[in-house]
Structures are given as C-alpha cells and as structure tokens.
Design a protein around this ligand. Sequence first.
Ligand code: CP
Length: 305
Amino acid sequence: MPLPFKHLISTRQLTRADTEEILKVSAEMEKIRKKGGNELLKGKILAALFYEPSTRTRLSFETAMQRLGGEVVTAEGIQFSSLYKGETIEDTLQMVSQYADIAVMRHPEQGSAEKAASASSIPFINAGDGPGQHPTQALLDLYTIEKECGRIDGIHIAMVGDLRYGRTVHSLSYLLGLFKNVRFTLISPGELTMPEKVTGFYRENNLSFEETDDIRLGLDADVIYMTRVQQERFADRSEYERLKLKYVLSAAMLKGKKVTVMHPLPRVGEISTDVDALKNAAYFRQAGNGVPVRMALLAMLLGKA
Ligand code: CP
C-alpha cells in the first residue's frame, strides 16, 4: 500500500493503517538489512540536511539509503550552508529538489519542516524541528515497543524527564493515541510538564493519563521512556543545571522489575551505565531499529516498497 502523502512532517498525519503498514515494511527491511542490503534504491539520491546536531538520525538515514543501494549528499551545520548568508529554508528546498530524489532535514526551528515541505517538489522527511516533532523517531520507538513487548494495544508507558521540550515524547504520544487502551504516566518536574497541545490530544481522544513528579510510579509500567533535559532549549543555563539530573534511573531501582527501558538517546546521565547490562535495557536495540524503519520510509516515499 503506498503512503497517502508525499512528505512526512508530523505523526499527526498518520492513520493507524499507515502506521501498521510502515511497521510491516520495516520488519521486511530488517530481514534485508540482515542479509547486507539490496539495490532497491539504486540510482536514487538522498539529500541529508542536518542544521542541528545529530548522530543517530543522520547516520541511520545515511545507512538506510546505502543499504538499499542509494547515495547520499549532505549539508551540515547552518554556519556551513547558505542559510547562514540568509537564504530561506524554502529556497534551499527548491534548489535541493533539483539535485536529489528525497530530502531529510533537521533544523532548530519549530515549524521549519512545514516551510521546507511547502517548497519541496521531492519527498521530504522531518528529522526533528526544534521542540516540534520527530516523526521517524516515534515510528522506530513504536517498532521497538512492538518488538520488545509483543504488542502496542493495551500498553502502559511511563514518559520521564523533559516532557515540555522533548519532541520525541510529543510525536510518540500522537502515534500511541492510534492504538487501543494505551495508558500514559507522565513523570516530570513541574517546570517540564507535557504541553497542553499533547495533554489536550489525550483528552480529546479519551486516552488515560496521569501526571506526577515521582519516578517510582513508572517502574511497574510496560515501558519506561527516559528523556534527556534539552539543554539547547533553555534560555537560562542555571535553570537547566538545576533540572538536568532530577531523574537518574539505576540498576538498583530496576531490581525485580520487568519494565522495558527506552531512551531516544543521547543520554547525559539520566540512565546510569549499570542499567546497560540488564535485559530491560532496550535503548541501544531501539537505536538500531532506526535503520530498518528509515529504510522502509525511504522506499515507501519513493514509491519503491
Ligand atoms: N534520537 C535522536 O534523534 O538522536 P540524534 O540527535 O543523535 O539524531
């Protein structure tokens, strides 16, 4: 089934049927990746525009394209591109559309993805727009939840940390809202609670959610989704320093617990390294799932899946 849209900007544009189709194609792509890849996208070029730092998203998109036989051209850092000279995002995408077959962009400004897509004549994928959305991360998170827990309907997820600026928890909330009987426990300091745009979505869709600042309420969930306090979104450095390590998940806290531990990464102390050896620790497997999910998205948006 082809996707009913050309650009992927937000998880809010996805239906349950679209999402399940992407997860199904991702599972096929995982098999292809295990065999070393194929030539499905031979002759196609991905423009990878990363105007804000990234390790996983950028490398997994580039790996995904190359595993499918395609090629990648890149632009990195605003200061090394003509955005620095004042070129608009729209002009950049008009021009990139002349060079490549598909584009992916990360940019620090919320709303930049809509601007880029509006000017792009090739498929465009949002790889994170400031505190806005990160739809491909949410899709790989969902793929991970299904693999680790065996289901998505009925899961209890605890989201912990910077729920205000963390775009991954926003995008993932909208996707989980497509599934049945999902329960959210939102754990954050009062300064970093989930924004009204997301809690309003929970209410409109009759989703069960509770808000607390006590991490112990997340330890018996099916999934505990830890997040980094987003240093780059704080105007006041001292406020960041005060909040950055409010929650640190340790192996001692997880003793006897079955909860699956996820994190979009990078972590900067919120999961202690003694958790890494536990079976519960799914975050590096989660990062690995970025490759098949992004292989699926590239192939589907290029009409080749
Ligand atoms: N999860 C994620 O988006 O990681 P990067 O910032 O390294 O791409």
